[in-house]
Design a protein around this ligand. Structure first.
Ligand code: HPA
Length: 267
């Protein structure tokens, strides 16, 4: 059973270098996940891989960020036995110290998708308030930072991820506001993914690749999806190295608070 899940973002639709073992379709109470889960192995560790934007119809990218069924994707991971998820995200850089090509292991999140996407598993009689003070698993973040160090890949070990609903990009004023609010990077897929994982006691960490300066950060710069895709592609080798290196570094037993996130959270 795979205990580690990887959710690929733009540019990461498969994981070459991993041995393919199986493909699993998972039925969930929330509808269909973005596609079939690829079960693969690297260095003796099994993982479940899912491209967030789908890899269906022969097309490589056909589910927009605001249309992703985040609940089904996360639920499906749990159903497969996954305990920890690493999400890969393309982001814009708000902080000028994070130029395109930077890799950030985010440690905080500001969610502007709230109310626009189904964002909880608990819509029935259960009243659950999970603690989200620290939105990303500290143990998993630590392992990712250590894996990058081992591979000699520079990563920024912390940063606040601002999640917008999209699909449009932001205005310069919005980015200015996010920066003043403490945001370092901006993307459209980090939430509610992280919160949903916590709601069912899965660990979650985000590896964000800065693909472009966010709107208005670089003067007279028009943002294009071409630059996002190209920058993501150019960092893919590093991302794959980090993913391969991190697998054996993740402790078998979880000691983080995520594993019992539901304790004392029920009203
Ligand atoms: N804004 C939002 N999402 C993104 C960006 C951006 O500038 N770049 C890549 N994903």
């Amino acid at each position: 059973m795979p205990k580690i899940g990887i959710i690929g973002g733009s540019g990461l639709y498969e994981i070459p270098g991993f041995t393919r073992l199986a493909e699993e379709s998972v039925k969930t109470p929330y509808g269909e996940p973005s596609g079939r889960y690829l079960i693969a192995r690297a260095g003796g560790v099994e993982v479940a891989f899912l491209p967030r934007h789908g890899a269906r119809h022969g097309a490589r990218h056909d589910i927009a960020p605001h249309k992703v069924n985040y609940r089904a994707n996360i639920w499906g991971m749990k159903a497969l036995g996954v305990e920890r998820i690493v999400g890969i995200n393309a982001v814009g850089g708000i902080d000028v110290k994070l130029p395109p090509g930077s890799i950030v292991i985010a440690d905080q999140v500001i969610d502007f998708t709230f109310g626009a996407r189904p964002s909880t598993f608990y819509e029935g009689r259960d009243v659950i308030h999970i603690d989200f003070t620290e939105p990303y698993c500290p143990e998993l973040r630590g392992a990712l930072i250590a894996a990058a160090q081992k591979e000699d890949i520079a990563v920024t070990p912390a940063g606040t991820y601002v999640c917008t609903n999209g699909p449009r990009l932001e205005t310069a004023a919005e980015i200015g506001f996010f920066g003043r609010a403490g945001g370092h990077i901006v993307g459209m897929t980090g939430m509610p993914e992280a919160a949903l994982a916590r709601e069912i006691e899965l660990c979650y960490a985000a590896v964000a690749v800065v693909t472009n300066p966010a709107a208005g950060i670089s003067a007279a710069h028009r943002l294009t999806t071409t630059e996002v895709v190209e920058m993501m592609a150019s960092r893919m080798e590093s991302i794959k190295k980090i993913l391969k290196a991190v697998l054996p570094m993740i402790p078998a037993e979880r000691r983080c608070p995520c594993r019992d996130a539901l304790k004392e959270s029920r009203l």
